[in-house]
Design a protein around this ligand. Structure first.
Ligand code: PLP
Length: 385
């Protein structure tokens, strides 16, 4: 059966060759260190697990969940936004529960993008912005994130005729894969442009709680954002809950309602047990998250120091658990990562997998313990290019 035209437009998966090599290494019995995936190795805090266990015993939780999310969960989300960022959201109309933020990010364009509409997508980036755009019939316009511009898109370089056709501007700070943070000025500029050209700013804030120094900004800390923006939050990385599948979106009422309408026709909400655990996590963030942050900060400090000693070039990330590192020598990202896997049994992600502008970089995820990181550094020190 022939695939739909829509699906045919999805570019091929770039990591096929690396995945094959990794399986081969594992079959050979090699001691593979996987620094590829952004999936924390730390278990979910036990208090959250306990809340879920108790919630599982309640028969009423075994029925269909509330589609946009139970009110108690949406209230916990709105309270979180107020407590952390000082912004008010009406839990009934301006917050929607998500089955992980990926789900919301992928579905959002379906609510607002018509065939041929432009969606501004960062490059390199988490791929769901442009893939969701393509599936909705939109046209991604890629904005390069460059070292010399602190990995912020240069909005002034986007041609006027593109801005006039734009429906959504996707931004993501703290950023995957570059680890960069956004300045208030940049967020202000994005909001100003969106108002001028009448488009939506969709901010992916999946890593907003994974910071090591200054707290990153919510888009809603910028004046006027509520008139044009929606923000996607995830509990995955913040609470080491990637497998639970829970997040939320908050923002301008019409934007949240558009997304909720798409979702109400596609899924049946988040399991209420998970919402109870999620509400507990959000309400207790201030005690649950600092110990997790500390673990990642120690790993970041260790790896940053060791990679600098080896002569690698990168900006020490102020947030996220990623290091975005320049490929040494003349190798391409793909060639370098392949050699690192073949010769050292270390999995790292080639930058071009996140988009063309990622060529020349590789990404390391700090998702293994310090001993394994030290072992990875030891192996890297033997690499002769
Ligand atoms: C930038 C970014 N946004 C969103 C997500 C999706 O997170 P989840 O669907 O687990 O909430 C990820 C996951 O890796 C990510 O890196």
């Amino acid at each position: 059966m022939e695939l739909s035209e829509r699906l045919k437009k999805i570019p091929p998966y770039l990591f096929v060759e690396l995945d094959r090599l990794k399986s081969e290494k594992l079959k050979e019995g090699a001691d593979v260190i996987d620094l590829g995936v952004g999936d924390p190795d730390i278990p979910t805090p036990p208090e959250i697990v306990e809340v879920a266990k108790r919630a599982l015993e309640k028969a009423e939780n075994h029925r269909y969940p509330s589609n946009p999310g139970s009110l108690f969960y949406r209230k916990a989300c709105a309270d979180y936004m107020k407590r952390r960022f000082g912004v008010d959201f009406d839990q009934e109309g301006e917050v929607v529960a998500l089955i992980g933020s990926k789900e919301g990010i992928a579905h959002f364009p379906l609510a607002f993008v018509n065939t041929g509409d432009v969606v501004l997508c960062p490059d390199p980036a988490y791929p769901v912005y442009h893939l969701g755009t393509i599936l909705a019939g939109g046209m991604p316009y890629y904005m390069p994130l460059k070292w010399e511009n602190d990995f912020l898109p240069d909005l002034s370089k986007i041609p006027q005729e593109i801005l006039e056709r734009t429906k959504i501007l996707w931004i993501n700070y703290p950023n995957n894969p570059t680890g960069a943070m956004a300045s208030r000025e940049f967020l202000q500029e994005a909001i100003k442009l969106a108002k001028r050209y009448n488009f939506i700013v969709a901010h992916d804030a999946a890593y907003v709680e994974q910071y090591y120094e200054e707290r990153p900004l919510s888009i809603f800390e910028v004046d006027g954002a509520k008139e044009v923006a929606i923000e996607f939050h995830s509990l995955s990385k913040t609470f080491c809950m990637t497998g639970w599948r829970i997040g939320f979106a908050a923002g301008k009422r019409e934007l949240v309602q558009g997304l909720a309408k798409v979702k109400s026709n596609m899924d049946s909400g988040v399991f209420t047990v998970i919402q109870e655990a999620g509400a507990y996590a959000l309400s207790n963030l201030e005690s649950l998250v600092p110990p997790l942050r500390k673990v990642f900060q120690e790993r970041r400090d260790l790896l940053s120091q060791e990679l600098s000693n080896l002569g690698y070039q990168f900006r020490k990330p102020l947030a996220t658990f990623y290091l975005w590192v320049k490929v040494p020598g003349d190798l391409s990202s793909g060639e370098f990562c392949k050699r690192v896997l073949q010769e050292l049994a270390i999995v790292i992600t080639p930058g071009n997998g996140f988009g063309e502008s990622g060529e020349g970089y590789f990404r390391i995820a700090l998702t293994v313990g310090e001993e394994r990181l030290k072992e990875a550094v030891k192996r890297l020190s033997t690499l002769r290019l």
